[in-house]
Design a protein around this ligand. Structure first.
Ligand SMILES: NC(=O)c1ccc[n+]([C@@H]2O[C@H](COP(=O)([O-])OP(=O)(O)OC[C@H]3O[C@@H](n4cnc5c(N)ncnc54)[C@H](O)[C@@H]3O)[C@@H](O)[C@H]2O)c1
Length: 186
């Protein structure tokens, strides 16, 4: 039986692992081809290891095993020109996009010894907010151009609903970008 996304193309940021890889595999299962972008390197204020080129290669393998095509690129969503180039190369190979999934994000709350580093605020705002803006901007012409409609999905966090990001600069930035949050303290 044909999947619900047969013939569609999905653009996914942060696709090397985690939810991004899972989205790539699930959409491919439904028949979509995938343009997969990830930074594949560390951002200094992030305490946990970020994705690697091997992770992105694993995403490619997972999609290809489902008999779908995938275009992978290492690009930073903060870098509009690099993201546009990655996107355009993907569209040249796979065709115009139907689905845009802005999933790339960081949570730079807890770097030991640097919990009060204001750089974490700037990094999380640049990745989780400006990066999402860039993702939609580089893709919107392609998505709107074919006139078939489509979907733009922006991943956020319940931190934006509940204000649970903590009080570090990165935590405040994370919560602010996710939607502001609501202070639940009594
Ligand atoms: N896991 C959770 O509990 C949770 C909760 C709420 C929200 N989220 C959000 O869901 C999304 C996915 O989270 P995840 O748990 O899969 O995290 P993850 O760290 O496993 O995956 C995020 C991916 O984004 C990539 N990335 C980060 N910065 C990038 C940049 N500047 N340019 C391109 N790629 C970049 C990373 O390399 C990584 O592969 C994120 O936006 C995250 O903030 C996750």
């Amino acid at each position: 039986m044909a999947g619900t996304l047969e013939g569609k193309v999905a653009f996914i940021t942060g696709a090397a692992r985690g939810q991004g890889r899972s989205h790539a595999a699930r959409l491919a299962e439904e028949g979509a081809d995938i343009i997969a972008v990830d930074i594949c390197r560390q951002i200094d204020t992030v305490a946990y290891p970020m994705a690697t080129p091997d992770d992105l290669a694993q995403t490619a393998q997972d999609v290809e095993e489902l008999d779908r095509r995938i275009h992978v690129a290492q690009a930073d969503v903060r870098d509009r020109a690099a993201l546009q180039a990655a996107f355009d190369a993907g569209v040249a190979e796979l065709g115009a996009v139907d689905i845009v999934l802005a999933n790339a994000g960081i949570a730079p709350m807890t770097l030991p010894g640097a919990e009060n580093d204001p750089q974490a605020w700037f990094d999380v705002v640049e990745v989780n907010l400006t990066g999402v803006y860039h993702t939609v901007e580089v893709a919107k012409e392609s998505l709107l151009g074919h006139g078939r409609g489509g979907a733009i999905v922006l991943t956020s966090s319940t931190a934006g609903l509940a204000g649970i990001g903590g009080e570090s600069p990165g935590g405040l930035g994370y919560t602010t970008v996710a939607g502001g949050g609501r202070d639940r303290r009594p």
